[in-house]
Design a protein around this ligand. Structure first.
Ligand code: THU
Length: 162
């Protein structure tokens, strides 16, 4: 038996000014996208913004439904919009922010497990890492080089090969 260790590293920033300019504006776009959220059930509004390799930015937000499983997270709304509007173009970064209805969020928000799986598939399809920039309404920023490290031992499409 051998023991294997999985490690993940990310950068924690005190201020958005420490990010490259393109990622600073991507984070602002994610915050803008919060305004488009439809979250009457949870009141937890999430905004995401994807930077494509051609420089285009696509925004998305969570869209809830009276039948709760029908609701879609901001990250997957965004990726679906990207693949519908810009098929074949890789995503290089996604910024995510959120605003809950009942408190001020000062910690970064990380994508849920389903969204991690969806983002990783996009990384694999285009053989390009997708950086993540995560922030609450204010406070520290988490900056990750890729999304794969957020889901160790992920289920991968190679497993489906015969
Ligand atoms: N939500 C997202 O949009 N992204 C995530 O990664 C986590 C959760 C949404 C889903 C739901 O509309 C609300 O936040 C509360 O869970």
């Amino acid at each position: 038996m051998i023991e294997k260790k999985i490690t993940s590293t990310f950068r924690e920033l005190d201020d958005a000014a420490e990010l490259p300019a393109t990622l600073q504006s991507l984070l602002l776009k994610a915050k803008e996208a919060i305004e488009d959220a439809y979250a009457p059930y949870s009141s937890f509004r999430v905004g995401a913004a994807a930077l494509l390799e051609n420089g285009i930015v696509v925004k998305g937000s969570n869209q809830e439904n009276a039948s709760s499983p029908v609701g879609i997270c901001a990250e997957r709304v965004t990726l679906s919009a990207v693949s519908a509007m810009y098929p074949g173009i890789a995503v290089v970064a996604i910024a995510i922010s959120a605003r809950p209805g009942n408190h001020t969020l000062t910690e970064p928000v990380a994508p849920c497990g389903i969204c991690r799986q969806a983002i990783i598939e996009y990384e694999e399809r285009f053989s390009k890492p997708i950086q993540l920039i995560l922030q609450g309404e204010s406070g520290k920023i988490a900056w990750l080089e890729n999304t794969t490290m957020l889901l160790p031992l992920a289920f991968r499409r190679e497993s489906l090969k015969r």
